[in-house]
Design a protein around this ligand. Sequence first.
Ligand SMILES: [Zn+2]
Length: 350
Amino acid sequence: MSSEGTRNAAPVAGAEPATGHRPTSVQLSERVHAVLGGVNCAIVDVGDGRALLVDSGQDKEYGRKVRKALDALGLELAVILATHSHADHYGGNAYLLRQFPEARVWAPEIEAEIIRTPALEPIYLFHGAKPLPELTGKWLQAEASPVHRVLTAGRDAVGAAGLELLDVRGHAHRQLAVLVDDVLLAADAVFGAETLEKYPIPFAQDVVGQLRACETVAGVSARVLLPGHGAPTEDLVGVAASNRAAVLRAAAAVLAACAAPGARSGASTEDVVVGSAESLGVVLDDLARYHLNYCVVSAHLGRLRELGEVTCAVEGGRLVWRRVAHGADGREDRSTPVAQSRRLEEGGNA
Ligand SMILES: [Zn+2]
């Protein structure tokens, strides 16, 4: 996996044999086939020789890979359901729509707008300004795609396949996961274990939502889960728990990187980005990764402020953050890490 700043994307070890026959897809259930790679997509056989595709990968190459898998299964593409608007999940749309002009694209609100106007992703990562060219590579800006239908959570169907669309917003503002039969296509609601290990700050745009999404995933009655990055797993509860733990670890690292209560000089947002990355062993050595981490840290700081754990102020032209004292005498209560972690956890249900 590149260091170009993908959102927790990592190659799936062992997904494909190194030599010889390469399967184009792996069957997860009677009608669900996973197309595995650095980003996972899923083909759902909806009957009458038609297919629903859940996510299309990052670019034309992924589109080609999906096309091959559809051909091998003898299916025509009817619908592409984009779970969210991160470039690595819908970048294959444009190619596939040229191959299957009749296919329709479905996506959740907000996400749909970015899929239609992909420049919005590097623009928001660069605080609304014209983005640096390093932020407009294919990892962060895909080819534009139409969206024909805007989705909300609930029951849905394509052909003979009944779907349950689950609200797992958090990693992205309105992300959906798809439950088909007994397979949960979770996209980036949760990451596979090996991905979490490699990227210990799970990308988030709304941390309260991200923690709720972990609970949602843990509560789904499914036989197998396909994450957007990582291997399929039958351990839904385990993968949800390790994601929740990673999010809470990131929250604690962000909190610890803020200045102490009453400190004369607060910690700037940049200080918090550096401090939390260092304590979690994350290397920020390129523009894309830096801006992605800045976004996650901002999401955590926003939640910590809502929880009353930090304050922010503009001082001397810097946006600075300080922890809030919880001790009885107004000093920071460092003796109760248990109380602090309980507050961070309970904030997930706020
Ligand atoms: Zn994503």
